[in-house]
Design a binder for this molecule. Structure first.
Ligand SMILES: NC(=O)c1ccc[n+]([C@@H]2O[C@H](COP(=O)([O-])OP(=O)(O)OC[C@H]3O[C@@H](n4cnc5c(N)ncnc54)[C@H](OP(=O)(O)O)[C@@H]3O)[C@@H](O)[C@H]2O)c1
Length: 432
């Protein structure tokens, strides 16, 4: 395999990403052949609808009516799966391809986060590659960095901004002083958000990427346990309050090992304006890895879109062209560990809590009483009465407190008759 001078590729899925990759591979075949000393030759293509109008010309002679034929053809070396989704055709294609000893390249985070452990065992048994650089943070080469450039390191924490759509929404709300709905509408028009951006906004997209990164960083199996909150509940007032207090709001994924336990969480976080991560705006992604002996390592770049994703896909394809067969998750499945997961309820966080209340006597003292009963001490309190003076917004910044106590306060105050909107809790900083 290592000495092959040509490798045959089947691209299945010709949408946003597959279409761009197809064109790119055709027009860059020569230079990629030179760089890899092996020619990437597209032998088959397939998608759902042969007659769909596409922005590019396809060679109908290469079209497979049944995409699964690619997994059985003796002539196919590499299958690139660009259909998407954890189940259905993508799952069938990737399982069959690996079972039939084909190398697989995929951009499918949902599939890898759910079935990555099973798939990597099949790939290892059959001595073929399963590559998924494009599944995590688009053009940011974090997976190759973890498997190669950072191989020396013992990593105890990985965190960052892993979703371009939510980062675009939060930073545009901040910079252009617009509300969530308007920014989301614009993001859809500009192609930054999909028509159904549910998993970008509810944190699930970041969760899938974080699970994959954790297992690569900690040499462990994929841990399905994770605390997930999205950005749907953040409004303009939160962004303004954060600014006044010297923070930016970012949707972060954070995974770390403490006392041999894994903590995985995704939630909006108030980050000091002066910090590096607060400066990552728009559709950019950034991954920060804390390891020994390297210290802190940062990689930033475009997190999505056909161009950035194709950059990652070509990196994976090139690795296979060069005969670089590796364990999909960095070490053999026989060596990967099952880590013990710990919920964040006993972790300490300073937090921002916001209560929109009827502005009447006794409310403030009732709220501060509930804080003291739950042993949460207040660092700062700001009261913003509305213009009509009928309502008021109370912002409280706490000292470090147990996450479960902060949540208990929210639960107790939520029931009060003076509450006019769901109270909010946003944690401050990465961790304590
Ligand atoms: N978009 C991004 O910025 C981005 C970034 C990183 C990773 N990804 C990942 O890349 C993958 C592809 O995303 P995309 O944005 O390119 O999606 P897309 O535009 O919706 O394209 C999906 C493709 O899959 C084909 N397909 C659907 N059902 C099929 C079936 N039953 N059999 C064969 N083909 C089928 C479609 O065929 P038709 O064309 O005939 O409808 C289409 O060509 C996903 O896993 C996604 O998570 C995307």
């Amino acid at each position: 395999m290592i000495n092959k001078k040509i490798m045959n590729i089947a691209i299945i899925g010709l949408g946003n990403i597959g279409g761009y990759l197809y064109k790119y591979l055709l027009s860059n075949k020569k230079i990629l052949s030179k760089k890899n000393n092996c020619t990437p030759n597209i032998i088959f293509i397939s998608a759902k609808n042969k007659n769909r109008k596409r922005k590019f010309k396809i060679d109908k002679k290469k079209w497979l009516n049944n995409y699964l034929e690619a997994t059985q053809s003796k002539n196919v070396d590499i299958i690139v799966e660009l259909i998407g989704g954890a189940e259905g055709p993508a799952k069938k294609l990737v399982f069959n391809a690996l079972k039939n000893k084909k190398h697989v390249v995929t951009a499918n985070k949902a599939l890898i986060a759910k079935y990555g452990d099973q798939l990597s065992k099949i790939a290892e048994t059959n001595n073929v590659n399963l590559e998924f650089e494009a599944a995590v943070c688009g053009g940011v080469p974090i997976i190759r960095s973890l498997k190669e450039g950072l191989i020396a390191n013992k990593i105890n924490r990985v965190y960052g901004i892993f979703n371009g759509t939510s980062n675009y929404i939060l930073s545009t709300m901040d910079k252009k002083n617009e509300d969530f709905k308007n920014v989301l509408l614009n993001a859809k028009k500009l192609g930054y958000a999909e028509s159904n951006p549910k998993s970008d906004l509810n944190g699930d997209d970041v969760a899938a990427k974080l699970k994959i990164l954790s297992s690569l960083c900690f040499n462990s199996f994929i841990d399905k346990n994770i605390h997930v909150e999205g950005i749907n509940f953040i409004d303009k007032a939160d962004i303004d309050n954060a600014n006044k207090l010297g923070y930016k709001i970012k949707l972060l994924g954070v995974s770390e090992i403490l006392n041999k336990r894994i903590y995985q969480r995704v939630h909006p976080t108030l980050i000091k304006k002066s910090s590096y991560i607060a400066s990552i705006d728009g559709v950019l992604n950034a991954v920060i890895v804390d390891g020994q002996p390297v210290g802190q390592n940062v990689i930033q770049g475009e997190g999505a879109g056909p161009e950035a994703t194709t950059s990652a896909l070509i990196s994976d394809i090139s690795s296979i062209l060069r005969g670089n067969i590796k364990f999909p998750f960095s070490i053999s499945s026989n060596e990967r560990k099952k880590l013990k997961y710990k919920v964040i309820s006993d972790r300490l966080f300073s937090a921002y809590l916001r209560f929109d209340v009827l502005d009447k006597p006794g409310v403030l003292s009732n709220i501060t009483n509930i804080f003291s009963k739950n042993k949460v001490s207040i660092k700062r309190l700001i009261q913003n009465p509305s213009k009509t003076k009928k309502n008021s917004s109370i912002i409280i910044i706490t000292h470090d407190s147990k996450d479960k106590s902060l949540n208990k306060i929210i639960k107790q105050i939520k029931k009060k008759s003076y509450i006019i909107k769901n109270p909010k809790l946003i944690r401050i900083g990465i961790s304590n």
